[in-house]
Design a protein around this ligand. Structure first.
Ligand code: COA
Length: 195
């Protein structure tokens, strides 16, 4: 698997603007204000402040651990390595709250101009606290920084949490296809990063 030349890069998402910050040796410095939060996170729901970290080869096992805490069947690191074979710009993000890994987001280039969000999840106790949103905003910021115009993602029709999530976060439903492996329809979402 490739490791990112930036070594370690943080996308710190605050309740206000979103800052892209990268670690340069011991120095963390803000390089850009990427976007302003578009949604009102007020009300009664608590929003957790996560650090979103780009996982290099050393940190990727943490994403596998998170995967195995959430999905079945369990998978080895090899499963992820194989999925990345021949893929360009694979990106694994980990969300940490108080240094604890609580969510992960994995993607890679689908074709020039389009980044594909393959897989991601947040630990059940940390859901509905804005962490999935922070992960996908960091992924989209990274994709935009790397020249992509669109992000595509898919989920099974029965994964309603993600259907709600994707629609809330501004994805369009662009298609549906039958997935024989899971005997369910796959809903295909896309979001334009440039508009
Ligand atoms: C989908 C998932 C990643 C969302 O993560 P999350 O951290 O809970 O999401 P957020 O808190 O950032 O939610 C952002 C918005 O999405 C919507 N949303 C998220 N989960 C929802 C749910 N269960 N029902 C309805 N809307 C939901 C809400 O509008 C939410 O904003 P709000 O809480 O202010 O109302 C999480 O539920 C998960 O890990 N699910 C299991 C794994 C999975 O289905 N992965 C997708 C297929 S690979």
């Amino acid at each position: 698997m490739d490791s990112h030349p930036e070594a370690l890069k943080f996308y710190t998402v605050t309740n206000g603007p979103i800052f892209s910050t990268f670690i340069d040796g011991a120095n963390r410095r803000s390089i850009a204000t990427i976007a302003a939060r578009s949604t009102n996170l007020g009300g009664l729901r608590t929003v957790a402040q996560a650090d979103i970290i780009i996982a290099d080869d050393k940190l990727r096992p943490q994403a596998v651990e998170l995967y195995n805490a959430i999905f079945r069947p369990k998978r080895e690191l090899e499963f992820f390595k194989r999925r990345f074979l021949g893929r360009y710009n694979s990106l694994t993000l980990i969300a940490r709250v108080d240094d604890r890994p609580v969510g992960f987001w994995v993607g890679f280039e689908l074709k020039p101009g389009m980044f594909y969000h393959w897989l991601g999840a947040v630990l059940p106790d940390f859901r509905r606290k804005g962490i999935g949103r922070q992960l996908q905003e960091a992924q989209q910021a990274w994709a935009k920084d790397h020249g992509y115009e669109y992000v595509r993602c898919e989920c099974m029709n029965h994964q309603r949490e993600f259907v709600h999530f994707a629609v809330t976060l501004g994805y369009d439903i662009v298609g549906i296809r039958w997935d024989s492996t899971h005997a369910d329809n796959l809903v295909v979402f896309e979001r334009n990063l440039i508009e």
